[in-house]
Design a protein around this ligand. Structure first.
Ligand SMILES: NC(=O)c1ccc[n+]([C@@H]2O[C@H](COP(=O)([O-])OP(=O)(O)OC[C@H]3O[C@@H](n4cnc5c(N)ncnc54)[C@H](OP(=O)(O)O)[C@@H]3O)[C@@H](O)[C@H]2O)c1
Length: 343
């Protein structure tokens, strides 16, 4: 008989949490028991899984008893408080927050890129930042053929990257502006409807925001290469779902765009979207709800003979968070890397 697992979603009511629930069902993840955890605010609510209404439970020590896998997506503070508790009770925690990503003993995994890193886990595995996951899927297959020396990224990040409430805020602001009212910004720092602004994560002494430095540091950790030079400018745009990225790559030697196209057309987790006749390239509305990262507009950088330009869009709630986490859980099962299982 095949094994099934006791799973808890921490942050089940959020943008990532509800996507996790959908993916566990649609991918027929082998579940023996499912616990849905969120804040006290959500206790009393239920969420549907396979036709059954499952109650939301508060987060307590007992909630992590008899759990094999915790899929955590309730923010860094909550993960810092509860991940250790869950691990002490025998669970493996796959964490969507940034709490443990750069910890030297915590593997940071994109299954299509560095699945081997899972073998060294000590109870916690980190899911990378969403913009980083999307970028690594497109860059890694090229980097494997010819090493990338430098990456220059500009991102166009959707409202849902800031959670379910930010998505609702942009809808409300859009309705308000169309009705001639002043838009109100409570979740995000400024009105995003009909606007854009540099990413609202905290600014660091370098002048970069934390989101930009995540792309730099996490990509190096995932690729296992501290030498790659990376810079990024992250921007929030009034798109509801799916992030876009303009990526400039500089290689050691010239990289023919047709060769890059051929490699990316075969790359796992990537879908090439290029119709030069109709100017049809990846768009957030076509990336939304998709498992693959859409990549296109691959062209020679006319300012550098070893440079390539490309454009990508990916559903950051799905592959940038929930799907990547579920794929890590599937990898742990496949490689027999879970601490405890039920038959
Ligand atoms: N959105 C994205 O695209 C994305 C992508 C990658 C990673 N992430 C990361 O995933 C995590 C969740 O993001 P999200 O966008 O899903 O946020 P969200 O929509 O705001 O959802 C947050 C979830 O965390 C729960 N929560 C908040 N405080 C809690 C507490 N003290 N104890 C227990 N549960 C608590 C919330 O429960 P209530 O509903 O009860 O408040 C809700 O279920 C964050 O760490 C975020 O950085 C998000």
């Amino acid at each position: 008989m095949s094994k099934s697992y006791r799973v808890a979603i921490l942050g089940a009511t959020g943008a990532v949490g509800t996507e996790l629930l959908e993916l566990l069902e649609s991918r027929n993840f082998p579940i023996a028991n499912l616990k849905l955890l969120a804040s006290e605010r959500s206790v009393g609510k239920t969420l549907k899984f396979k036709g059954e209404n499952i109650p939301i439970e508060p987060v307590t020590e007992q909630a992590f008893e008899n759990v094999d896998i915790v899929l955590a997506s309730a923010g860094g503070g909550t993960s810092k408080t509860w991940a250790g508790v869950a691990v002490a009770k025998g669970a493996v925690v796959i964490d969507n927050s940034s709490a443990f990503r750069m910890h030297p003993e915590v593997p940071l995994i994109v299954p299509e890129v560095n699945p081997q890193a899972a073998a060294s886990h000590k109870g916690i595995i980190a899911n990378p930042n969403c913009t980083t996951i999307l970028m690594t899927l497109a860059v890694w297959p090229l980097h494997k053929i010819k090493p990338v020396k430098r990456i220059v990224a500009a991102t166009y990040q959707s409202a849902s990257g800031a959670g379910a409430k930010a998505m609702e805020e942009v809808k409300t602001q859009t309705r308000d502006i169309l009705q001639g009212k002043q838009p109100v910004a409570e979740v995000l720092p400024y009105p995003l409807a009909f606007n854009l602004f540099p990413h609202n994560s905290p600014l660091t002494d370098l002048g970069y925001c934390e989101e930009e430095l995540k792309m730099v540091n996490e990509t190096r950790k995932i690729f296992g290469s501290q030498e790659i030079r990376i810079t990024a400018t992250c921007v929030r745009v009034p798109v509801l779902r799916a992030h876009s990225e303009a990526i400039n790559l500089e290689f050691e030697t010239p990289f023919n765009p047709d060769e890059a196209r051929a490699i990316l057309s075969q790359a796992p987790g990537v879908k090439l979207v290029e119709d030069w006749q109709t100017n049809h390239f990846p768009m957030p509305i076509e990336a939304s709800g998709q498992d693959e990262v859409l990549v296109g507009r691959i062209r020679q950088d006319i300012s550098h003979h070893c440079g390539l330009e490309l454009w990508l869009c990916g559903d950051q709630i799905r592959k940038g968070a929930a799907l990547n986490a579920v794929q890590i859980a599937e990898l742990l099962i496949e490689k027999n890397l879970l601490q405890s299982t039920t038959a």
